[in-house]
Design a protein around this ligand. Structure first.
Ligand code: NCD
Ligand code: ZN
Length: 335
């Protein structure tokens, strides 16, 4: 049986939610990942030091052991210097959402006025706090990410020492930005290395594959695969696993988000093996992130085995990607 071992897998973009949902999904990530960057788009969002500390405690209480590090984030607002200094040691990054662009982002940035954002972004740059960005405009759905490239350029050139992470990129345009600015990095999900828009709405509509940003064209998929499979040093894995209750997905007005946490490593093995690039997966799923963020995660050794695995229909009240279907790799052991 073919096996593959990964050391200290990291998920650099994860939604854990709160309450019963947190209790349902956090153990699933904590089982195979050493750590994850936890998104702050709760209701209300994580935006004070007290919020960060309390949410981290709730996450730790929801995972069965201590071998999982939740890397905390704040929801971007124009914070002042004194506040940023007080919170810097407790967060790994600040997450910026354009207002209203995705789930729970109503309090995000309404207009990219660099003058108004300068104190926050310059202080983040000085303190070494990276800026994670949901890069979509409110334009036509297939063009939103490509249209956002001019904002990435503006941010990258206005704050050349600020580390800016283009989150969950889905386009060739975003891939091409990576080498244009030294301070731009990116995360890529597992599902965006598999899907195009065709998989979501080309046949029967698949609510469990619907997310923001929406999966794009074949040429975009090819561009994403190129940088992921070579483990481009500015690219990291971030699942964007975004659980919603089953009834919120299987309804008119389907919530955006694909729930992949319990199967993401298995899917990555399948993709990388298919292209004969398994040797690059360690960098994509851990080493690059450790270098970019300067972190050293909890020790974890995860061995996967190439054998058919039937994805459960549900995890609690959440339906995963590929529910009830067979995937090619399974988790064999975690040490
Ligand atoms: C995310 C969520 O549900 O919080 N949804 C999604 O489609 N990815 C938010 C986000 O990352 O856009
Ligand atoms: Zn997300």
């Amino acid at each position: 049986m073919k096996t593959h071992t990964l050391l200290m897998p990291l998920d650099m973009h994860l939604h854990l939610r709160d309450g019963l949902m947190l209790d349902t999904v956090a153990p699933l990530s904590a089982y195979t990942y050493s750590g994850a960057i936890v998104m702050p788009n709760l209701v209300p969002p994580v935006e004070t030091l007290e919020d960060v500390k309390a949410y981290k405690q709730r996450i730790m209480a929801a995972v069965p052991n201590d071998f999982f590090e939740p890397y905390m984030t704040l929801f971007y607002k124009n914070y002042d210097k004194a506040f940023l200094k007080s919170v810097a040691d407790h967060i790994i990054a600040i997450k910026l959402y354009p207002a209203g662009i995705t789930t729970n982002s109503e309090g995000g940035v309404a207009s990219f006025n660099i003058g108004e954002m300068r104190e926050t972004l310059q202080t983040m740059s000085d303190l070494g706090i990276p800026l994670c960005v949901h890069g979509e405009t409110d334009g036509f759905v297939m063009d939103r990410e490509a249209e956002f490239m001019s904002i990435y350029e503006l941010l990258a050139t206005s704050f050349p020492k600020l580390k800016i992470i283009m989150e969950h990129i889905t386009t060739k345009a975003a891939v091409e930005m990576l080498d244009k600015h030294e301070n731009l990095y990116a995360t890529i999900t597992a599902h965006h290395l598999i899907l195009t828009l065709d998989d979501v709405v080309g046949g029967m509509m698949k609510p469990h594959l619907f997310c923001k940003p929406i999966a794009k064209r074949p040429e975009d998929l090819d561009a994403l695969l190129t940088v992921a499979l070579e483990a481009h040093p500015k690219v990291m894995f971030g699942s964007d696993s975004a659980p919603h209750p089953k009834e919120k997905k299987e309804s008119c007005g389907c919530a955006a988000g694909v729930f992949t946490a319990p199967i993401s490593l298995q899917l990555l093995c399948e993709i990388f093996e298919q292209y004969d690039k398994l040797h690059n997966l360690q960098a994509f799923v851990s080493d690059n992130a450790q270098n970019i963020y300067g972190i050293c995660a909890e020790f974890k050794e995860v061995t996967l085995e190439k054998r058919p695995f039937v994805v459960p229909e549900t995890y609690g009240f959440v339906v995963p990607m590929y529910a009830g279907e067979i995937i090619a790799w399974a988790i064999e052991s975690v040490d």
